[in-house]
Design a protein around this ligand. Structure first.
Ligand code: PEP
Ligand code: CO
Length: 459
C-alpha cells in the first residue's frame, strides 16, 4: 500500500464530487476552513468507538438517525430540538424494553452533500444540473442556483457548529434528564397509539426512578440519569471539505476528521480503489460502509481490511440497505464472508434506501410496511447466522411530515402532498419512528443473541 496522507485521496478516482467552476475561490474557502476550530474532539470520537465496541459484542444498540439532507431553509432550533426528542424517545423505548444501552448518533450537524442517481434534472423540458446538497448548490430550479458555490461551505460549517452547540446544551444541560421524560413527547403524536405506549413507559420509568431515589440514588449526584451522549455523523462525500476539517490530535499524533464523530461511505462511492476509501483509511473516526445489492462480499471484506487493518472493535459499521425483499438474498452471504475473516463489525440496518419508490402522485416515498419488513428480515437473518443486528440507520425527523406512507397515522399516497418538506429522500415522522422503536425492542427481546451479562450503562 502506498503511504496515506491527508490529500492522497486526490490520486484516486473520486465519484460524486462536483466540479467547481472557480477553483481559486474553492482553494481560498478550504484554506480558511483549515484554520477554523474543529467541530468535535478526538477524545469524543474515541469514546464513541468504545461504545461501538460494545455494540459489536451485542451489549449495546446503535441508533443513527436524522435528515436525509439537512438544509439551510429548515435550520431552526425547534427542528433540532424535535429530532433530538424523538431520538431520546426511541432510545428510551429500546433501553427500557430491550434492556440494552443505546448509542445515540445523529445524522445531523453536517449531513448536507448528496450523491445523486442522475447528474441532470429535467423539468418541463428544461435541463439543469442536479441539486447536490445545500453546502454545494441551491435547490431552486434555476441555472444560477445549480452552480457549485464554495462559499456555501462557510454557511454549512456555521450551521453545523450552532446545531452541535444546541445539541451539547440539550445533552448536558438538563433537557435529557430522565425526570423530564414527559416533556419529550411531541404535540402531534398525542392521542396516537404510540403516545399511549410511550405514556405507559413513562409511568414505569417514574416508578423505577422513585424506587431508586428512595434508595438514595438521584440525578443530583448521578450524572448518568440527567445527561446523555449524543454523537454526530454524516456521509463523508465531499472530500475537499472533509480534508480541510481533518486535524492531527496533539495527544496521539493521529488524524481525526473533526467535522463529525462518525462518517460513512455511501453505496455509490465505496470502490476499493476509490478516493473515498483512500481518505477514510487514514482517519481514526469510526467509519460506516453502506452495503447495497451491488456490493460483493469479498470486496466489502477487502474494504474493511483496508480501513481497519488491525481489526479494531467499534471501528467499522456495515450498514446494510438491500431492500425488504432482497435481504435474504444478500445479507447471509455478506455475514458469512465477514465471519470467515473474523472481522469485528457493527451490523447496522438501513431500512430506508432500498425501499424508495415513486408514488402514483409523483412523490418519492417509502411504504412504512416495507421499512418494517426489512428490519424484521434483517433481525431474522442475524438470528439464524448467529450474529447481532446491532443498529438501525434511519432518515427521520421530529416534524409532522407526510413523506413515508403508512404507519399508525395511515398516511396515504394522496396525503403525501400535505407536508412533504424533505430536500432529498422521504423521512419517517416522529410517530413512525417511535412505532419502529417499539417494534425493534420486540425483535431484540425475541433474539437470544444479545448478551444480558456485563452490560455497561450507556454513558
Ligand atoms: C443516504 O444515506 O442518504 C444515502 C445516499 O444512502 P446510500 O449511499 O445507502 O444510497
Ligand atoms: Co437518503
Amino acid at each position: 500500500m502506498k503511504k496515506w496522507s491527508l490529500n492522497s485521496w486526490r490520486n484516486y478516482p473520486a465519484k460524486h464530487i462536483p466540479e467547481y467552476p472557480d477553483k481559486k475561490e474553492l482553494d481560498m474557502v478550504l484554506g480558511k476552513l483549515k484554520s477554523f476550530p474543529p467541530l468535535v474532539f478526538a477524545g469524543e470520537t474515541r469514546h464513541l468507538k468504545q461504545q461501538l465496541a460494545d455494540v459489536v459484542e451485542g451489549k449495546a444498540f446503535l441508533l443513527q438517525g436524522g435528515d436525509c439532507a439537512e438544509s439551510f431553509a429548515e435550520f431552526h432550533p425547534d427542528n433540532i430540538r424535535d429530532t433530538f426528542k424523538v431520538m431520546l424517545q426511541m432510545s428510551l423505548v429500546l433501553t427500557y424494553s430491550a434492556s440494552l444501552p443505546v448509542v445515540k448518533l445523529g445524522r445531523i450537524a453536517g449531513q448536507f452533500s448528496k450523491p445523486r442517481s442522475s447528474p441532470i434534472e429535467i423539468k418541463d423540458g428544461k435541463k439543469l444540473p442536479t441539486y447536490l446538497g445545500d453546502n454545494i448548490n441551491g435547490i431552486e430550479f434555476t441555472e444560477k442556483a445549480r452552480i457549485p458555490d464554495p462559499k456555501r461551505l462557510f454557511k454549512a460549517y456555521s450551521q453545523s457548529a450552532s446545531t452541535l452547540n444546541l445539541i451539547r446544551a440539550f445533552s448536558h444541560g438538563g433537557f435529557a434528564d430522565l425526570q423530564k421524560v414527559h416533556t419529550w413527547n411531541l404535540g402531534f403524536i398525542k392521542k396516537s397509539q404510540q403516545d399511549k405506549k410511550f405514556k405507559d413507559l413513562e409511568d414505569k420509568i417514574a416508578d423505577a426512578l422513585a424506587f431508586i431515589e428512595a434508595c438514595g440514588i438521584n440525578s443530583e449526584f448521578n450524572r448518568r440519569l440527567k445527561t446523555v451522549n449524543f454523537w454526530t455523523s454524516h456521509e463523508a462525500l465531499l472530500l475537499p471539505f472533509e480534508e480541510s476539517m481533518t486535524r492531527v490530535d496533539s495527544t496521539t499524533g493521529e488524524y481525526h476528521d473533526t467535522s463529525a464523530h462518525f462518517v460513512w461511505i455511501g453505496d455509490r462511492t465505496r470502490q476499493l480503489d476509490g478516493a473515498h476509501v483512500e481518505y477514510c483509511r487514514g482517519i481514526e473516526n469510526p467509519i460506516g460502509i453502506k452495503c447495497g445489492p451491488t456490493s460483493k462480499p469479498e470486496e466489502i471484506v477487502k474494504i474493511c481490511n483496508r480501513i481497519n487493518p488491525k481489526n479494531e472493535k467499534g471501528k467499522i459499521a456495515l450498514i446494510s440497505r438491500f431492500g425488504h425483499d432482497n435481504v435474504g438474498k444478500f445479507l447471509p452471504k455478506l455475514i458469512r464472508a465477514i465471519k470467515k475473516e473474523g472481522l469485528n463489525i457493527v451490523w447496522s440496518c438501513d431500512p430506508m434506501h432500498g425501499n424508495t419508490i415513486k408514488s402514483a402522485t409523483g412523490f418519492k416515498t417509502r411504504p412504512f410496511n416495507n421499512v418494517v419488513r426489512e428490519v424484521k428480515n434483517v433481525f431474522a437473518v442475524h438470528q439464524s447466522e448467529g450474529s447481532f443486528a446491532g443498529g438501525l440507520h434511519i432518515e427521520m425527523t421530529g416534524q409532522d411530515v407526510t413523506e413515508c406512507t403508512g404507519g399508525a397515522q395511515k398516511i396515504s399516497e394522496k396525503d403525501l402532498s400535505h407536508r412533504y418538506h424533505t430536500h432529498c429522500d422521504p423521512r419517517l415522522n416522529a410517530s413512525q419512528a417511535l412505532e419502529l422503536a417499539f417494534l425493534i425492542s420486540d425483535e431484540i427481546k425475541k433474539n437470544s443473541q444479545y448478551s444480558k451479562n456485563n452490560i455497561k450503562a450507556a454513558s
